[in-house]
Design a protein around this ligand. Structure first.
Ligand SMILES: C[S@@+](CC[C@H](N)C(=O)[O-])C[C@H]1O[C@@H](n2cnc3c(N)ncnc32)[C@H](O)[C@@H]1O
Length: 249
């Protein structure tokens, strides 16, 4: 099981994937939700990177996340823009609001943060219960890449601080189809280490047919599968991000 996005990990997320950061996903979700007039749920909304542009486009969105620190950052980001939304500290596996939402969105491959098939199925079923009949689920998978060599050090700076991240260990469990990385986060001031945290980051990987079967078992009908945030592109080994559109049967 991954450790939560807390403390330094949440702080660095705001630099690594700041508001305004998009790989085409923000535009894709905004267009795909164009006809939705009712409430939308983003059950792992993080700092609001996706949620805030959707609120600015006029949508009504509730956000949830199991990390209080990520939600604090989201709250501050909303306030700074004069926006408001209901935010819940909750685990997406058990957060249910029966027949409340016209759409549920899970970008950034966050479904991979769940540990194994049973947890993933329970979560998809929770989304199904929270949707109105015919409601839309938009959900990303990021294509698995099984690098096992440590990556380069990454850093971000903002006077007087520097934050660094080293990915020191990676492993792949072929039985569970899961990767584990140990990421060491550090915060420096004037060359002095003032804070550090180890983040165990696990990702559950899925083949496309396997994930479609999970969606169907959870009561969804798959109506679309886009690659790299383009409906005219189908997934291949060369595409990176896959987005399912599915409706509640
Ligand atoms: C990669 S970030 C994505 C955040 C945001 N959706 C975005 O697109 O920038 C993953 C988020 O999922 C949250 N998360 C992971 N597992 C969760 C769970 N079981 N329930 C709720 N939130 C979870 C993390 O705390 C983190 O904020």
């Amino acid at each position: 099981m991954s450790w939560a996005y807390s403390d330094l990990v949440a702080e660095v997320y705001g630099f690594d994937l700041p508001l305004g950061h998009t790989v085409g996903d923000v535009e894709y979700y905004r267009d795909a939700l164009h006809n939705i007039r009712g409430r939308i749920l983003e059950p792992a909304c993080g700092t609001g990177r996706m949620m805030i542009p959707l609120l600015e486009a006029g949508h009504k969105i509730d956000g949830a996340d199991h990390s209080p620190e990520m939600l604090d950052a989201c709250r501050q980001n909303l306030e700074a823009r004069g926006l408001s939304a209901e935010l819940y500290v909750a685990d997406m596996e058990s957060f249910v609001r029966p027949a409340t939402y016209e759409a549920v969105i899970l970008p950034a491959g966050s479904i991979r943060n769940l540990d194994g098939r049973a947890a993933t199925l329970r979560t998809l079923q929770a989304f199904h219960t929270s949707l109105v009949s015919g409601g839309l689920l938009l959900i990303d998978l990021i294509a698995p890449r099984f690098e096992t060599a440590p990556g380069p050090m990454q850093y971000w700076s903002q006077e007087p601080y520097v934050w660094t991240r080293h990915t020191s260990h990676l492993e792949f469990d072929p039985v569970a189809n899961r990767t584990t990385q140990f990421q060491r986060y550090e915060k420096w001031r004037d060359g002095e280490l003032i804070d550090t945290r180890l983040h165990r980051f696990c990702l559950q990987h899925w083949g496309l047919d396997e994930f479609r079967a999970l969606l169907e078992e959870s009561g969804f009908e798959v109506i679309g599968l886009a690659a790299d945030y383009r409906d005219d592109r189908t997934p291949t080994a060369k595409t990176g991000d896959w987005t399912y559109s599915a409706v509640r049967r």
